[in-house]
Structure formats: structure tokens, C-alpha cells
Design a protein around this ligand. Structure first.
Ligand code: DAH
Length: 339
């Protein structure tokens, strides 16, 4: 009887159906009430007592194996309209479409790569901030208009917890938590209560840079940003600095690059001026150092902050900021990059 069981096992193993009918035939032949396997159980009654244990185990194994195979065949089955089995394991798989990086990620990674060549290290800070890190430690006077409800999304009713309005808040963390020399970059999301338009959004991205050490000068700042502009927009790019005001830097400046479209000749993108504003910067205000426990008599530093959307728009000639947030594949698929 063991021989018969082995033969059946082989038959089951080698069975490969061509269509659904053959699978049904297989079931009838082996597992149905009048099938070969139940027949074995009938014969089993007459097996000699001393063989019963061995034969019983083998019949059960065969039954289990056959049931498993039947279930597997059924689950593999792809039935086409005319009820034929359609499994062609040699067919090449369907190609999986590769995504592309979001243009803001492409630009962010490129900015980071440029500054890491100068020794800057990427840091991080919370998007939900307290007043102190977003404003107080950055030397914003208590009545500064940027704290006004119109600009800031407040979370707590005492106006102490808010969504950060700029990545400069990361400076406040880093200066309190790290010891100079500090050379950090902080990319991330920022929020402002602004009406959404082609040029403004309530959510956007910035990258903050901070360099604190002994003897850091304004010339170092200018040289760093000049290097950045040439790497980012091309070697013929010029920068110019215009005096400006930020509470946390003194002196402060806004930086323009020569227009990437007309090379400074004047066009409608640069509104005929030949220049495009890209960032704000300055020397870290002594009050900011004192708030962070760094001695301004020993250390000096520079900081800068830029909008990633703005840089991306200039680099790729994108005219409407809302495109970044709409996730329209026709727009996104145009940005493939190694970054
Ligand atoms: N935080 C400023 C803003 O959001 C940008 C900025 C200006 C950052 C000057 C700086 C800086 O680090 O030094 O408009």
C-alpha cells in the first residue's frame, strides 16, 4: 500500500493544469468522496495492525499535500473570459513607473550640497515653536509688527505657542544648545497667515544658515554668498547687497543676484532692474548672542535666510508659486534629478 501512496504522491506532484476544468478534474479524481484518496482511507481498515501507524501517517500526508496543492492552484488561477488559465510565468513584469523628486526638494538638496562644501552641517528645529525662539531670543521687540495676528498662526490663546514664521528660530536653538564654532544649515517649512497668490502662500520653505566663530566678518558673509550664487545660478552670476533691517542681525542686508534670464540687462522678470532678490542676511546681533549665552566680545557670526520656493522659481523660470503645492503630475514630471 505504501507503494500506491507513493505513486499517487508523484502523480499529484507532477500535475500541471492547462485550464480550470483540469483543476476540477484533479479535485474529483483525488479528493472527492469517490476519489483515490478517500478510497485509500477505506482500504486502510484492512491494513495489518502493525503497519497501521506508518500507513496512516503517509495517507494523511498525501491528503494534506493534495489539498494544499489544489488551493494553491486555485489561488494562482487567473481566469480569462473564455475560462482558460492564463498564467505565463515567463512574461516580463509590468514596469513600475519611477517618481521624480519634487522641484523644491531638488533645489533644497542643491543648496545644501553647495553649503556643505564650505563645512556647513544640516540641522533641524521644531515647526511648532514658542514665542521665545521664534521672536524673543531673536531680538524682536515686544511690540514688533511681525508678532501681529496677521502674520503668525498662533496655536495657544496666550499667543505663546505658534507655527514658526521663519527658520531663524533654529538659530535660537542652536546658539543656546551648541558651543561655537557653529556652521549650520536649517532647511524646513514655515507658516505665515498670508493670502494665497502666485507670489505668496501660507506655507512655504526656507533655509537658514548660521556661522559663529572668532573673527567672523562681513567679508566672510559676502564671500560665502557670492560663492553660493555662482554655484547655484552659474559662474557669471553677480551679487549685490542692499542695506536692510532684521531684528536679529546688525548690520543687515538683502542680497540680489544678477537676473538669471537677461544676465542683468533688464527684462520683465527682473522688472527692468537687472537684479532679483534672493535672501536676507547680516551679522548676528550682540543681543542675540547674549540671549543665547554666547559672549559677543569673543565671538562674532553671520546668518542668512532664503526662501526655497523663490530660489526654485528663479532657477527654473517658474512663474506661479501655487504650482508647487498642487501636485499636478504634468508639472512635477518635468523635474528629474540626481539629487
Ligand atoms: N528670517 C528672515 C525672513 O524670514 C530671513 C533672514 C534675514 C534670515 C536675515 C536671516 C537673516 O538669518 O540674517 O524674512
Amino acid at each position: 500500500m505504501i507503494e500506491r501512496i507513493k505513486e499517487l504522491q508523484k502523480a499529484v506532484e507532477s500535475f500541471s493544469p492547462k485550464n480550470i476544468e483540469e483543476i476540477e478534474e484533479f479535485r474529483l479524481k483525488f479528493l472527492s468522496k469517490k476519489g483515490l484518496i478517500p478510497a485509500l482511507f477505506n482500504e486502510f481498515r484492512d491494513v495489518a495492525a502493525e503497519e497501521k501507524k506508518l500507513v496512516g501517517v503517509e495517507i494523511n500526508k498525501l491528503k494534506q499535500f493534495t489539498t494544499d496543492k489544489l488551493n494553491e492552484l486555485k489561488s494562482l488561477l487567473v481566469v480569462t473570459e473564455n475560462n482558460t488559465v492564463d498564467i505565463d510565468l515567463s512574461r516580463p513584469g509590468d514596469p513600475i513607473k519611477l517618481g521624480s523628486r519634487h522641484p523644491l526638494s531638488v533645489a533644497r538638496n542643491e543648496i545644501i550640497t553647495i553649503f556643505t562644501r564650505l563645512g556647513f552641517v544640516v540641522g533641524d528645529g521644531p515647526e511648532i515653536e514658542d514665542d521665545d525662539h521664534n521672536f524673543g531670543k531673536l531680538n524682536f521687540p515686544a511690540d514688533h509688527p511681525a508678532r501681529d495676528m496677521q502674520d503668525t498662526f498662533f496655536i495657544s490663546s496666550d499667543l505663546n505657542v505658534l507655527l514658526r514664521t521663519h527658520t531663524s528660530s533654529v538659530q535660537a536653538h542652536e546658539m543656546s544648545e551648541m558651543k561655537p564654532p557653529i556652521r549650520s544649515l536649517a532647511p524646513g517649512r514655515v507658516y505665515r497667515n498670508e493670502a494665497i497668490s502666485a507670489r505668496a502662500h501660507c506655507l512655504f520653505h526656507q533655509i537658514e544658515g548660521l556661522y559663529v566663530d572668532k573673527n567672523v566678518s562681513f567679508a566672510d558673509l559676502k564671500q560665502t554668498l557670492d560663492y553660493f550664487a555662482k554655484e547655484m545660478f552659474g559662474e557669471h552670476t553677480q551679487i549685490r547687497m542692499r542695506p536692510s533691517y532684521f531684528p536679529f542681525t546688525e548690520p543687515s542686508a538683502e542680497v540680489d543676484v544678477s537676473c538669471t534670464l537677461c544676465n542683468g540687462k533688464g527684462c520683465n522678470v527682473c522688472k527692468g532692474t537687472g537684479w532679483l532678490e534672493i535672501l536676507g542676511c547680516g551679522m548676528v546681533d550682540p543681543n542675540v548672542f547674549i540671549a543665547a549665552g554666547i559672549d559677543p566680545e569673543i565671538y562674532s557670526g553671520f546668518a542668512f535666510g532664503m526662501g526655497i520656493e523663490r530660489i526654485t522659481m528663479l532657477k527654473y523660470g517658474i512663474k506661479d508659486l501655487r504650482l508647487f503645492f498642487e501636485n499636478d503630475l504634468r508639472f512635477l514630471e518635468q523635474f528629474t534629478a540626481a539629487y
